[in-house]
Design a protein around this ligand. Structure first.
Ligand code: GLP
Length: 259
């Protein structure tokens, strides 16, 4: 596990964007797992900038989104389809056919989820999975109690997530869709590399439990402790409850010095 602590979220986005830029240059048909939420917006902005100003080419890149709400139309302002178009897909040259997102309807979800998993496998697996984290420690929409072996499936949002996401639905908790299709924890941890970004004081407890707490299905992101290549990119506020933060900083400084 690598823990990188930076003064602010902009610096996290820069590091994450550079990791992805390098990877796309090395492997033009990179398979990217993508996340939504406010955390990765800065990262998408930088990737768009790299495409427009430096000509970073995404034409062979394949993307798989982590999750999507069930029950709101794809073109709803708060759907993850809309989010991805607005912040990323509309501004780079990833072909539509290479953009995979979970469906927004419950019909045939079992076969849809199986097909989603098969598509990931057919593309050779996810090379880099971008992740945010929920206040309750969720990744994707894998809420506390999700099996570490879980695969893409239908899931119900926890109360904590409904409350956190109400801000995007006019502060009306009843307007937040209660269900979603999400990659499972097993799907996520199959990715060759995971990059988890977190910023802000409201993530400090989830981050402390995820990095330094016992591995438990009640904190789904703790599954990442067993991943061979996971990078936690966190700002000072989100890192503020970590006991070993001075050690993580020293380790990162040494890595930079000797690489
Ligand atoms: C949602 C998404 C997660 C995301 C989380 C955190 O519930 N399903 O994938 O990581 O919110 O969002 P934010 O980055 O806005 O704090």
């Amino acid at each position: 596990m690598e823990v990188i602590i930076q003064p602010n979220s902009q610096k996290l986005s820069v590091i994450a964007a550079n990791v992805i830029r390098k990877a796309v240059i090395r492997k033009p048909n990179l398979v990217l797992g993508l996340a939504t939420g406010s955390t990765p917006i800065g990262l998408y902005k930088l990737l768009v900038q790299m495409h427009k100003e430096e000509g970073v080419d995404f034409s062979k890149v394949i993307t798989f989104n982590l999750d999507e709400y069930i029950g709101i139309p794809k073109d709803h302002p708060q759907s993850y389809h809309t989010f991805m178009n607005k912040h990323f897909f509309n501004h780079v040259n990833i072909p539509k056919k290479n953009q995979y997102l979970p469906q927004n309807i419950v019909e045939n979800h079992v076969s849809f989820c199986q097909e989603y998993e098969d598509s990931i496998r057919r593309c050779g697996g996810i090379d880099i999975q971008v992740l945010g984290i929920g206040k309750d420690g969720h990744i994707g929409f894998n809420e506390p109690g999700s099996s570490f072996a879980s695969r893409t499936r239908i899931a119900t949002l926890s109360k904590s997530t409904l409350e956190a996401n109400a801000v995007h639905f006019g502060d009306d908790i009843n307007a937040v869709p209660e269900m979603a299709i999400t990659m499972g924890i097993g799907t996520i941890t199959d990715a060759k590399q995971c990059l988890l970004l977190a910023s802000g004081l409201n993530k400090k407890d989830a981050i402390a439990k995820t990095i330094e707490g016992p591995i438990s299905a009640m904190v789904p992101a703790t599954a990442l402790q067993m991943h061979p290549d996971v990078v936690f990119l966190i700002d000072e506020a989100a890192a503020s409850s970590l006991k070993e933060r001075e050690y993580y900083k020293r380790s990162y400084e040494n890595k930079i010095k000797y690489s």
